[in-house]
Ligand binder design. Structure first.
Ligand SMILES: NC(=O)c1ccc[n+]([C@@H]2O[C@H](COP(=O)([O-])OP(=O)(O)OC[C@H]3O[C@@H](n4cnc5c(N)ncnc54)[C@H](O)[C@@H]3O)[C@@H](O)[C@H]2O)c1
Length: 246
């Protein structure tokens, strides 16, 4: 019997990258997955590929910074599949700049997409999970939210906020058998990091004890651990970083 048979999982920002790998691994464990992304084309393409593999998936385009769009997405999931067992808040962006040069737009875009989005998505989802008396919330934070990083004051603040959000949801919903945990990825090979260019990437990799970038599948493995049934782990932050704790 698959670990997540008949469970329904929403993964935000799952059109590509880490979110796609998370949705794929949840689907391989038997979950019905909701592929939701601001990019409708990516959403449809990923869903098509998952369905061709024989999994159960549906595409719902959604902008996690827009309350109405989020509400429609959650209502669409409940209308089709009747329940929500796993929510992975994964959608995220970077708008890097040194603090003194950072514009208010760069600050706000990252806070809205990486932090306020979790509030907007988790609120309607937790209503559904509370009625079920079961659920798993998994938030994709970052090692930057734990340790800080040059040029990422907006991103560090958003991801640190997401960790505080995770710990508080864990406390408030434990009595309803709902867990909330965070995965904090280190340096993972996706479009987000490829944008940094070869030179910066190889400098980073030199510092990583395991001497390689992480893969989206490395992050998916940690998410799968938190998504499993019967877990006694809540309010936890798991760093998946190849041993680089700075
Ligand atoms: N790549 C890394 O090294 C790394 C490290 C730490 C944390 N993370 C986090 O992992 C998550 C995924 O990152 P990734 O590397 O796969 O990035 P990515 O850019 O490859 O994918 C992010 C996805 O989110 C979607 N998205 C962006 N804004 C959205 C919005 N408003 N509404 C809905 N979807 C939206 C994008 O369309 C894209 O498909 C992010 O939260 C990121 O902060 C990544």
């Amino acid at each position: 019997m698959s670990k997540l048979a008949d469970q329904v999982a929403i993964v935000t920002g799952s059109g590509r990258g880490i979110g796609r790998a998370i949705a794929h691994s949840l689907m391989k464990e038997g979950a019905k997955v909701v592929i939701t992304d601001i990019n409708e084309e990516l959403c449809q393409q990923t869903t098509k590929e998952f369905l061709e593999e024989g999994g159960q998936a549906m595409a719902i385009a959604c902008n996690v910074t827009n309350t109405e769009s989020v509400k429609a997405m959650v209502e669409g999931v409940v209308a089709k599949w009747g329940r929500i067992d796993v929510l992975v808040n994964n959608a995220g962006i970077t708008r890097d700049a040194l603090f003194m040069r950072m514009t208010e737009d760069q600050w706000q875009a990252v806070i809205d997409t990486n932090l306020t989005s979790a509030f907007k998505v988790a609120q309607p989802v937790l209503k559904v999970m509370s009625k079920q008396r079961s659920g798993r919330i998994i938030n994709i934070a970052s090692t930057t939210g734990v340790h800080g990083n040059f040029g990422q004051v907006n991103y560090a603040a958003a991801k640190a906020g997401l960790i505080g959000f995770t710990k508080t949801v864990a406390l408030e919903y434990a009595s309803r058998n709902i867990t909330a945990n965070a995965v904090a990825p280190g340096f993972i090979d996706t479009a987000m990091t490829q944008a940094l260019g070869e030179e910066i990437i190889s400098k980073f990799v030199e510092k990583i004890p395991l001497k390689r970038m992480g893969t989206p599948e490395d992050i998916a493995a940690a998410v799968l651990f938190f998504a499993g049934p019967g877990s006694y782990v809540t309010g936890q932050v798991m760093e998946v970083n190849g041993g680089l704790y700075t």
